[in-house]
Design a binder for this molecule. Structure first.
Ligand code: ATP
Ligand code: MG
Ligand code: MG
Length: 556
């Protein structure tokens, strides 16, 4: 059965296959620069590239685009592999580094020099900028543009040999200083960088190739057929093609551009995310408020929900900013089906059930998933002292308050109906405890002769586990921190939401949650979805992160 392609890129690929282009093969690549952790924007590119390879019996390479060594490191290389795998994709042995190609790239640069298509230029960075001209004015040719092939070959060899300091010389393509496309005005192909130790090649090289030279050649060396990239590379495409047209390339991949993913209430540039980490605005790259894959994993987002989100937003050429609520709804939809239910009290208020026998403990049965009986049940201890949430009690309340009030009744989920008989306060007037009585005939049964509408959750005070719970809100207080900053001439960090993390200590979880593994994910009934964190706090209490609330409280 055939289905219509879901986006314009798949459409183009299907046409190529039908036309027998590349012998019908499809090879894509995901090419991150290891200068930060992957974020949700990268997930779009990952799902696109790996998804196409999967669906067209093709191959997707993982390639580290590592030609900028001073910002890159092996921690980023490691985290990128972990995150791509976690998202559900694999590359087999198809993992490459652009730095693997340094020798070949050098050879192709020599080929361009020999063809009179590249030259060594001694202009300073500042002069190069001035010579380049503007969008409305053509550039000026460098005085070094007419160097002979022999002189260029000699100088380029000596650049590699380390004879010149940083910035003294660059290798440039000889294209067209009057081109309306600035990228074609003799772009730099190589620059000198002494004293950096590359994470893959060490100190072997002191010249490094530029992205616009490296990328097309890396694609061609790997036999990539479709090189998918974001829209800002659209006007680099002529240069991509120029490079491949002018060297003896093994093949000529096709570059196709699509729009970046932008998401509300966050920033996505790696420079900015790095800054948030380095300046301590967040706990690290995997802070659950970060738009990083590692942050979302720690927060409890599932790979399936992220893939679903990427599916829902689609792939096009028009830039837009996606609502955060769309991502959160994908997470909810997944967890609603797949997360088992538990009870946890986030703001504990002690309840003593005075007519319940002091020494008695009974186990009540609770469904793991009320909508899915196949998930079975669990047994939770019930006794004379329990905790309920302070928000589930009011001394006096309007009629529509369906929880516990003085003198009123409420059902304890999975257990009995209780009535509040007395409120105990401390000398400051704070409520510290409720004295209640229970109706022994109401376990899994309606009370006689009256209706009790409210149902609240609870945890045995003798058996509950103390925990820390972290509630997260938007990292930024405005939907578009970047444009707000630009518009108001302020720094984007001024728009950070000061209340993006609220830590609750002294929360109490039902005892079945005692030995949960890091990453365990549950719905705490009536509170939201929560995931066990790896962090250990000073009090050695388990930490649970709220993944997402039950409902979209922002929609209201
Ligand atoms: P930044 O501009 O923040 O440095 P980048 O695009 O340079 O990000 P890379 O590591 O080079 O980051 O990205 C790897 C791949 O992921 C590229 O092909 C890039 O186009 C894609 N990508 C990065 N950000 C997004 C995004 N927001 N939406 C879609 N694809 C993205
Ligand atoms: Mg970048
Ligand atoms: Mg990049």
């Amino acid at each position: 059965e055939t289905t219509a392609p879901t986006n314009f890129i798949r459409q183009a690929i299907e046409q190529d296959i039908a036309a027998g282009k590349n012998d019908g093969r499809v090879v894509t690549r995901f090419p991150p620069e290891p200068n930060g952790y992957l974020h949700i924007g990268h997930a779009k590119s990952i799902c696109l590239n790996f998804g196409i390879a999967r669906d067209y019996d093709g191959i997707c390479n993982l390639r580290f685009d590592d030609t900028n060594p001073h910002k890159e490191n092996v921690e980023f290389v490691r985290s990128i592999q972990e995150d791509v795998r976690w998202l559900g994709f694999s590359w087999g042995d198809r993992v490459f580094y652009a730095s693997d190609y340094f020798e070949q790239l050098y050879g192709f640069a020599v080929e361009l020099i020999e063809k009179g298509l590249a030259y060594v230029c001694d202009l300073s960075a500042e002069e190069t900028r001035t010579y380049r001209g503007t969008l409305t004015e053509p550039g000026k040719e460098s005085p070094f543009r007419q160097r002979s092939v022999e002189e260029n070959l000699d100088l380029f060899r000596r650049m590699r040999a380390g004879e010149f300091p940083d910035g003294a010389k660059v290798l440039r393509a000889k294209i067209d200083m009057a081109s309306p496309n600035m990228n074609m005005r003799d772009p730099t192909l190589y620059r000198i960088r002494h004293g950096v130790v590359h994470h893959q090649t060490g100190a072997e090289w002191c010249i490094y190739p530029m992205y616009d030279f490296t990328h097309p050649i890396s694609d061609a060396l790997e036999g990539v057929t479709h090189s998918l990239c974001t829209l800002e590379f659209e006007d680099h495409r002529p240069l991509y093609n120029w490079v491949l047209d002018n060297i003896n390339a093994p093949c000529h991949p096709q570059q196709i551009e699509f729009s970046r993913l932008n998401l509300q209430y966050t920033v996505m540039s790696k420079r900015k995310l790095t800054q948030l980490v380095d300046e301590g605005h967040v706990e690290g790259w995997d802070d659950p408020r970060m738009p990083t894959i590692a942050g979302m994993r720690r927060r409890g987002y599932t790979p399936a929900s992220i893939r679903d989100f990427i599916d829902r937003i689609g792939v096009s050429k028009s830039e837009n900013t996606v609502e955060m609520t769309l991502l959160e709804n994908c997470v909810r939809d997944d967890l609603n089906v797949n997360a088992l239910r538990r009870m946890a009290v986030l703001h504990p208020l002690k309840v003593v059930i005075e007519n319940y026998p002091e020494d008695q403990v009974e186990e009540v049965e609770a469904a793991n998933h009320p909508q899915d009986p196949s998930q079975g049940t669990r047994r939770i201890p019930f006794c004379r002292e329990i905790y309920i949430d302070a928000e589930d009690f009011r001394e006096e309340a309007p009629k529509k308050f369906k929880r516990l009030v003085t003198g009123g009744e409420v059902r304890l989920r999975n257990a009995y109906v209780i009535r509040c008989d007395e409120v105990i306060k401390d000398p400051q007037g704070e409520i510290v405890e409720l004295r209640c009585s229970y109706d022994a005939a109401t376990l899994n049964a309606n009370p006689e002769g009256r209706k009790v509408k409210g149902v609240i959750h609870w945890v045995s005070a003798r058996h509950g586990i103390e925990a820390e719970v972290r509630l997260y809100d938007r990292l930024f207080g405005v939907p578009s921190p970047d444009s707000a900053a630009a518009k108001e001439g302020r720094d984007y960090k001024e728009f950070l939401n000061p209340d993006s993390l609220r830590t609750l200590t002294g929360c109490v979880l039902e005892p079945t949650l005692a030995d949960e593994e890091v990453g365990a994910l549950y719905q705490f009934e009536r509170e939201g979805y929560f995931s066990r964190d790896a962090t250990v706090n000073a009090a050695a209490r388990p930490i649970w992160n709220r993944t997402v609330t039950l409902r979209d409280s922002w929609a209201k």
